[in-house]
Design a protein around this ligand. Structure first.
Ligand code: NAP
Length: 485
């Protein structure tokens, strides 16, 4: 870790009540590009999670009572520190997660942009007045912070998935406890160090790192002091945690898995569609929830599209994300590679055709070759499960009705993409797709001004945008009576 300009960003333990906390046991964090240990961190327990929740609970009344403009200043200081340390935070993120450095630095800027966005939105939490039924009364609506927020986040965006939640929670006046993924705790701890330097009061932002997700998750979902639980991760775990939250009737937001279709109509600009697909499919080696999972192409342009796509794929450079010009880093671990191997071999057994890739770069590495499979059908596992790897699974369709039917034939509903130049079709398809987000002639849709979130089994709640604060605020109705003389 000698390359960090600011070595103090490398932390080794959880952070709550404004202090770095020790633990009896510790665990190693490794670099997926080469297996080297990049840090050792204290392994928190359920009792520690309870202490972090207590710290957030104690800090709540003071934080919630501060004027929004004051909370905004803290968030802006935190945002500026993240950008000042973008190179170090990006490097740390690449070392623990694997994505290329340019993408990692992009994630830091993306995470910081949510701090800026919600610092500004904090000042625009408006209430309402409603015409009353009698002159004797006035009806007023105010919004108040929900209280202590607990969050659990995944390894694929170790900075941004935390920033997206914490920014909205803190702006709304809530205090926050997060458990990051055990594979990528260092980015979360570096965020805590910068929150500390930004002067964010003790107990407002807390991080609990642990190898015992189940035990920490039990505290965060069942402790009555936690008012709201926000989860980003797989649909399977999200369902389980939502059930656990039911016992104390917590507010819940779930950002879960996706199965994004990418539709290419015959009238599309095929070069633009290939560019959009490359961005949507290969970012983070295919390990994002909004990554294209199924590519559906009009049958009369399928050959031309496939040729152009293979040309673009042949230019991708795979390697250690810290090296220059790398486009694709390693997958997160051996299990991820095995899952991709199995999805590909099953698809081939079921009739798909392997056009390129289909294996790791070398036997023991986690670098997976960009892969193209043709003749995929929507019934195959590879079309129904999240691939989470650099694999393009090509299907074809005969007309618009079939394209929409195939695109919607999944339990997920996070992101979808389509390419067309026909304005009538653009409206018809956009309205028919059962997804929370639709990219139209765009392969990347996420930014802080827009509402991020899914429908169906991809979850509920929205992050970012003017809607994002609602998830962290309660509506209170005040009925003022006795006004008659
Ligand atoms: P995951 O297995 O569900 O893990 C996500 C988080 O949950 C991690 O912090 C994990 O901790 C924790 N966890 C696992 N089991 C738990 C349990 N029994 N109780 C409490 N917490 C538990 O998902 P993942 O493989 O890390 O992440 C990939 C998934 O996230 C994909 O499905 C992807 O689509 C989804 N995702 C969704 C969005 C979105 O915005 N919709 C964004 C990014 C990713 P440990 O890792 O420490 O075990």
């Amino acid at each position: 870790m000698g390359k960090l300009q600011d070595q103090a960003l490398l932390k080794h333990s959880s952070y709550w009540q404004g202090n770095w906390q020790s633990a009896e046991r510790s665990f190693n964090v490794t670099n997926p590009a080469n297996g080297e240990i990049i840090g050792t961190v204290a392994d928190a327990t359920a009792a520690d999670a309870e202490k972090a929740v207590a710290a957030a609970d104690t800090a709540l009344s003071d934080w919630a009572a501060r004027p929004a403009a004051e909370r905004a200043k803290f968030l802006m200081r935190w945002q500026q520190l993240m950008l000042q340390h973008q190179d170090d935070l990006g490097l740390l993120l690449t070392l623990e997660q694997g994505k290329p450095l340019a993408e990692a630095k992009g994630e830091i800027a993306y995470g910081a942009s949510y701090l800026e966005w919600f610092a500004e939105e904090a000042k625009r939490v408006y209430g309402d007045t409603i015409p009353a039924k009698s002159n004797d009364q006035r009806i007023i609506v105010i919004k108040q912070p929900v209280g202590v927020v607990a969050a659990i986040t995944p390894w694929n965006f170790p900075n941004a998935m935390i920033a997206r939640k914490a920014a909205a929670a803190l702006a709304a006046g809530c205090t926050f406890v997060v458990k990051p993924a055990q594979l990528t705790p260092l980015s979360a701890l570096a965020m805590a160090e910068l929150a500390d330097r930004a002067g964010i009061p003790a107990g407002v932002f807390n991080v609990v790192v642990s190898t015992d997700a189940k035990a920490i998750g039990k505290v965060l979902t069942e402790d009555p002091r936690v008012a709201k639980f926000s989860f980003t991760g797989s649909t399977k775990i999200g369902k389980q945690l939502a059930k656990q939250c039911a016992g104390t009737v917590k507010r819940v937001s779930l950002e879960l898995g996706g199965n994004a279709p990418f539709l290419v109509f015959a009238d599309a600009d095929l070069d633009a569609a290939v560019d959009g697909l490359m961005a949507s499919k290969f970012r983070n080696a295919g390990q994002t929830c909004v990554c294209t999972n199924r590519v559906l192409v009009a049958e009369n342009v399928l050959d031309e599209f496939t040729t152009k796509l293979q040309q673009a794929i042949s230019k991708l450079k795979i390697g250690d994300g810290t090296y220059d010009e790398v486009d694709i880093g390693p997958l997160i671990n051996t299990e991820a590679c095995t899952k991709v191997d199995e999805l590909i071999s099953t698809a081939v057994t079921q009739g798909a055709q392997l056009k390129c890739g289909g294996k790791r770069q070398s036997d023991n590495s986690l670098f997976y070759l960009p892969t193209v499979l043709s003749k995929v059908t929507n019934q195959m596992d590879i079309a129904q499960q999240e691939i989470f790897g650099p694999v393009v699974a090509l299907q074809s369709f005969s007309d618009e009705t079939q394209a929409i039917q195939l695109a919607n034939a999944t339990e997920f509903g996070l992101a979808a993409y389509f390419y067309s130049r026909d304005i009538g079709r653009i409206w018809r398809v956009a309205e028919a797709l059962q997804y929370g987000m639709v990219g139209i002639n765009e392969g990347m849709v996420s930014n802080p001004t827009a509402p991020f979130g899914g429908v169906k089994q991809s979850g509920y709640g929205r992050e970012g945008s003017k809607y994002g604060l609602d998830d962290y605020m309660d509506i209170k109705y005040l009925c003022l009576g006795g006004l008659d003389k």
